[in-house]
Design a protein around this ligand. Structure first.
Ligand code: AMP
Length: 283
C-alpha cells in the first residue's frame, strides 16, 4: 500500500490510474479507524480497481468548542488497518496543504445542511461538503463509499453530486455495530466505562421506535416520545434531538404513510461525548 500526503501528487497518481483505464473507489475518513471504516473499504474493494482511503481530520466541519483538538489520531495504526481491509492508497494530507493561507472557497448545500445535525452543529455540513468536493477533485474517483451511520451526510452529498454534476456514484454501507448494538464510532473511545455500558440504549430505543411503526403506529410524535422516554429512563444521556423525517428530503413527517422512506435519527450526549444513530424504515 502506498501513502501519499500531497494533494498534487495524489492528483497526478489519480490521473495516471484513470489514463490506464482503472476505476477509482474513494473512502473518505477522519481516521481512528474501526470496523465501520473497514466495511466501507471492503465494499470499495468490490466497486473499483483501485481503493483510495483518505485520512483527514477536517477542521472546517468542527464547530467552536467541539472536539477537533482531541479527536483521536493514530496514523501508524490506521495505515495497518487500511492495508488489512484492502486499501491500495492512503491519502493523508496536512491541514495546511488542504487549507493554505488565504483559503476562502466553500460548498454549501443550503436547505438539507440546516436540518437535524446541521441545526445542532451550524456549519458542519458546509465543512463536509467542502472537504468532500476537494477530495473528489484530488482523488478523481468514479465512486465513493459512505456509511449509513451518518445518514444526513449521505443525503447532503447525494444532493451535492446531483446539483454540481459531479458524476460520482455514491455508495452507502449499512451501519456496523458492536455486539451490544452500539454503532461503531471513533468517538466511542471517549466514553467512560459506565457511559459505554449505557450507550447501547440509543440503538435499543430506535428499535423500539421501529417496532411501534411496524406494529402500525403512524404518529411521529408518539414514536419520538417513546424513543425519548427509553433513553432517559435507562441512561444519563442528554438528548439533542430525536427526529422522524422523510429519508430523502429530511422533511419532518408528522404522520407516517405507506411507501414513504422514513429516517428515525437521534443525537445524545453522554457527558461531553456526543453520539448519533439512526434507523431507516420503508413502510
Ligand atoms: P468518520 O471517520 O467518522 O468521518 O467516518 C468516515 C466514514 O465512515 C463515513 O462515511 C461514516 O459514515 C462511516 N462510518 C463511521 N462509522 C460507521 C459505522 N459504524 N458503520 C458504517 N459506516 C461508518
Amino acid at each position: 500500500m502506498k501513502t501519499i500526503h500531497e494533494p498534487h501528487l495524489m492528483q497526478r497518481e489519480a490521473d495516471e490510474l484513470r489514463s490506464a483505464g482503472k476505476r477509482i473507489a474513494l473512502v473518505p475518513t477522519m481516521g481512528a479507524l474501526h470496523g465501520g471504516h473497514a466495511a466501507l473499504i471492503r465494499e470499495a474493494r468490490t466497486r473499483g480497481d483501485v481503493v483510495v482511503v483518505t485520512l483527514f481530520v477536517n477542521p472546517t466541519q468542527f464547530g467552536e468548542g467541539e472536539d477537533f483538538g482531541r479527536y483521536p489520531r493514530d496514523i501508524d495504526r490506521d495505515v495497518l488497518r487500511v492495508s488489512d481491509a484492502g486499501g491500495d492508497i492512503l491519502f493523508a494530507p496536512e491541514t495546511t496543504s488542504m487549507y493554505p493561507p488565504g483559503y476562502q472557497t466553500f460548498v454549501d448545500v443550503e436547505t438539507l445542511s440546516r436540518r437535524l445535525e446541521g441545526a445542532a452543529r451550524p456549519g458542519h455540513f458546509r465543512g463536509v461538503s467542502t472537504v468532500v468536493t476537494k477530495l473528489f477533485n484530488i482523488a478523481r474517483p468514479h465512486c465513493a463509499v459512505f456509511g449509513q451511520k451518518d445518514a444526513q451526510q449521505v443525503v447532503v452529498l447525494r444532493r451535492m453530486v446531483r446539483d454540481l454534476d459531479l458524476g460520482i456514484e455514491i455508495i452507502v454501507v449499512p451501519t456496523v455495530r458492536e455486539q451490544d448494538g452500539l454503532a461503531m464510532s471513533s468517538r466511542n473511545a471517549y466514553l467512560t466505562p459506565s457511559q459505554r455500558g449505557e450507550a447501547p440504549v440509543l440503538y435499543r430505543s430506535l428499535r423500539k421506535g421501529e417496532d411501534m411503526i411496524r406494529a402500525g403506529e403512524r404518529s411521529a410524535e408518539a414514536v419520538v416520545a417513546r424513543v425519548t422516554a427509553e433513553i432517559t429512563a435507562h441512561s444519563s444521556a442528554v438528548i439533542d434531538y430525536v427526529s422522524v423525517a422523510e429519508a430523502e428530503s429530511l422533511d419532518p413527517l408528522p404522520t407516517l404513510s405507506p411507501g414513504t422512506p422514513v429516517l428515525v435519527s437521534l443525537a445524545a450526549r453522554f457527558g461531553a461525548t456526543r453520539l448519533i444513530d439512526n434507523i431507516h424504515i420503508r413502510l
